[in-house]
Design a protein around this ligand. Sequence first.
Ligand SMILES: [Fe+2]
Length: 228
Amino acid sequence: MALRSLVSRKTLGLASSGLKLQFRGLQTFSLPDLPYDYGALEPAISGEIMQLHHQKHHQTYITNYNKALEQLHHAMEKGDSSAVVKLQSAIKFNGGGHVNHSIFWKNLAPAREGGGEPPHGNLGWAIDEDFGSLESLIQKMSAEGAAVQGSGWVWLGLDKESKKLVIETTANQDPLVTLGPLVPLLGIDVWEHAYYLQYKNVRPDYLKNIWKVVNWKYAGEVYDKERA
Ligand SMILES: [Fe+2]
């Protein structure tokens, strides 16, 4: 996740020693690069969608997240509890948008670079064990994604306690972690902005085609790391 640190220098004068201490770090976030060209996922997802989705939608979440974090910083400096509480929904929504999209870009890969290739190794075996087959997992995730009311996400996650794979959905930009000790392996954005320019109102068609560019290799690496 792209991160840069802006240091808000608050100087505290210490009368007795003459030393000047400082520093309340305020971290802000910036748009991560896509690991492929905008048009590289075609025909599953058009270059126009990818460009708008990345440059406009994701950037807007980041801009508003940074703004909310800055306001939070000032509210905390002032000890303004009401303002701190008031900022929580903006932080959850925009910070969630940044977290979710940063995962989403890595969950996709051009077909010529392995996108759509079934998972091998431990994740492949776990999918067979927990869902019967990759096909039935895909069917279940697609159905649950299609059924999300309004905007949200459908996830394949690893439950860190039971060590089982789970399929979950979240509303709006809620990250998977808001549901419990779950690690996101694969998240599919089912907001209209992710498909409408190409698939219009037919979300199931988008959910049928996106599997052709799913980066199972990345999901498998996250799974292995979490199970290690
Ligand atoms: Fe999105």
